[in-house]
Design a binder for this molecule. Sequence first.
Ligand code: GTP
Ligand code: MG
Length: 151
Amino acid sequence: MERTFVMVKPDGVQRGLAGEVILRLERRGLKLVGAKFMQVSRELAETHYAVHKGKPFYEGLVRYITSAPVMAMVWEGPNAIQAVRQTMGATRPTEAAPGTVRHDFALEVGRNLTHASDGPETAVAEIGLWFKPSELVSWDRATDDWIMGSN
Ligand code: GTP
Ligand code: MG
């Protein structure tokens, strides 16, 4: 089953929206397999956002993500990567569709509440960067067949 790395960024935590994000992913049918509430170090932020190094917003992005605690999570489900990004909405909140987290709760790209892996390779890399294997929990959920049944 596909897994993806999701983070409620400092603005989401400060605004009391961590529960809202979790609620939406749970209701969608995705399964939480790892979570930690943590302060991000500069080193971790730079590794996580290495792809953006050199861009004009890079320094501000690292400052933003290290400015206060985040909720780091791994969610699992069929097409979890695509499903989570769809629930979060477009990077720029003013381009995000109504009903998405970024549309419903954010206004600016520099305070867009959440992060979610953008593809299978980044998901594997980000899960490995943020979580030890022992911090991830594979578990059976009573409703799994009602959410993931194919017949
Ligand atoms: P993530 O799930 O957070 O990775 O967002 P994304 O994949 O939708 O966007 P992308 O990876 O391109 O950018 C990563 C993050 O950098 C965004 O979520 C924003 O927080 C920030 N960012 C991207 N573009 C801009 C920009 O033009 N200005 C500012 N201030 N921040 C930006
Ligand atoms: Mg991204």
